[in-house]
Design a protein around this ligand. Structure first.
Ligand SMILES: *Cc1c(COP(=O)(O)O)cnc(C)c1O
Length: 396
């Protein structure tokens, strides 16, 4: 048999795949499963955004565009950074990609040499580790705890910085924990990055989903020194419920942005023309729909926290943003319930699915085996049904 690339064999299959396949099979078999697995909003893309996409098809806007995105969209992104984040950029410092995942992939392809180290926190978003490896970089994973809100400190980063450090990835609000970095912590990390001279990749995809009156703060906004070495990553997937449209973007140092554009020109080329028009509408029109989705998520956040308060042996950090809660279930590990031995998050996910018909995502894929990720991008009725079931099998 012909051999495959080492690169491809080193990429781990998503650890969430097995449980997702099992959930889908149970649903296909007609079983009543309550699902908390979704990594996307449950709302429809707002009507005016869909119409912008349809109009662009009707107008024949269906050909190649400039590789880094149409200038109207890049200009709208420049305006967004100015208005929302107090950041000034030239359009040449902005690139539009095929989703924010692709944005981060291209950044890492543009900046990493073999052996370069990229630092990020565990619990982490599953793709960071594989994307760093695909860029021939070395993931440097730093454990964080619930006590520190799962947020990296500058001291923790400083302890692992070497002359191979190329970048740190910050994700606030976070997937999977829903936690948010406070401004002082970001300022200290910014100081370390400028002092030691490594890039910051700031994944701000959940910027608009913040609760309790929290204000988003972009690490790039402290001063021009940190802005010069930071990639501010954002996109339309989570804010506008546009995960399928595949539009992400970043602003960053001009030489790196043009390197990303060269890489993109030989791989995907431009992001889909009609999706760019829809993203333009999303970013430059009224933000009312975003606000009402955020309000709905906050109510669901309150509900799911309240319901977890009533379950023995489960602790959590109250999510301050995004639409995930990442409770610690480890008090239930090493228990045998209904003949089911629970040794870790995979076992517990299987147990909850088989015994309670509740689908959750095991934490080991996020580098945190004590925890489980539940998405509250689902209705209050489903949250109540699911938590009733979890309570019954764990407390009973
Ligand atoms: C969803 C997500 C992204 C990217 O989403 P796209 O659909 O590719 O734009 C990036 N980072 C985190 C942490 C996410 O959860």
């Amino acid at each position: 048999m012909l051999s495959l690339s080492e690169r491809s064999t080193q990429v781990a299959a998503s650890s969430t795949l097995a449980i997702t396949a099992k959930i889908n099979q149970m649903v296909a078999d007609g079983l009543d499963v309550v699902k908390f697995g979704a990594g996307e909003p449950d709302f429809d893309t707002p009507e005016h955004i869909k119409e912008a996409g349809i109009d662009s098809i009707q107008a024949g806007f269906t050909k190649y565009t400039p590789v880094a995105g149409i200038s109207e969209l890049k200009n709208a992104i420049v305006t967004k950074f100015k208005n929302d984040n107090n950041l000034n950029y030239e359009p040449s410092e902005v690139i539009v990609n095929c989703g924010a995942k692709h944005t981060i992939y291209n950044i890492l392809q543009a900046i990493c040499n073999p052996g370069d180290e990229v630092i990020f926190a565990a619990p982490y978003w599953v793709s960071y580790i594989e994307m760093v490896k695909l860029a021939d970089g070395i993931p440097i994973v730093v454990e964080t705890t619930a006590d520190q809100n799962f947020c990296l400190t500058a001291d923790q980063i400083a302890a692992v910085v070497t002359d191979k450090t190329k970048a740190v990835i910050i994700n606030s609000p976070s997937n999977p924990t829903g936690t948010v970095y406070d401004h002082d912590a970001l300022r200290e990390i910014a100081g370390l990055a400028t002092d030691k001279n490594f890039y910051v990749i700031s994944d701000e995809i959940y910027e608009s989903l913040l609760y309790d009156g929290n204000q988003h703060c972009s690490i790039a906004a402290f001063d021009s020194d940190i802005q010069a070495i930071t990639f501010v990553v954002n996109g339309v997937s989570k804010a506008y419920s546009m995960t399928g449209w595949r539009i992400g973007y970043t602003a960053g140092p001009k030489d790196a942005i043009s390197a990303m554009s060269r890489i993109q020109s030989h791989s995907t080329s431009n992001p889909t023309s009609i999706a760019q028009k829809a993203a333009l509408m999303a970013i430059s029109s009224s933000q009312e729909a975003v606000k009402s989705m955020c309000t709905a998520f906050e109510k669901r956040r309150d509900l799911i926290c309240e319901r977890f308060d009533d379950i023995d042996g489960v602790t959590y950090v109250k999510p301050q943003g995004a639409f995930y809660i990442f409770p610690d279930f480890s008090d239930h590990y090493n228990r045998t319930i209904d003949g089911f031995k629970i040794n870790g998050s995979q076992d517990l996910a299987n147990f909850l699915l088989d015994s309670a018909k509740v689908g959750v995502v095991p934490g080991d894929g996020f580098g945190a085996d004590k925890n489980m990720r539940l998405s509250f991008a689902t209705s209050e009725t489903e949250i109540n049904r699911g938590l009733d079931r979890i309570k019954e099998v764990l407390n009973g």
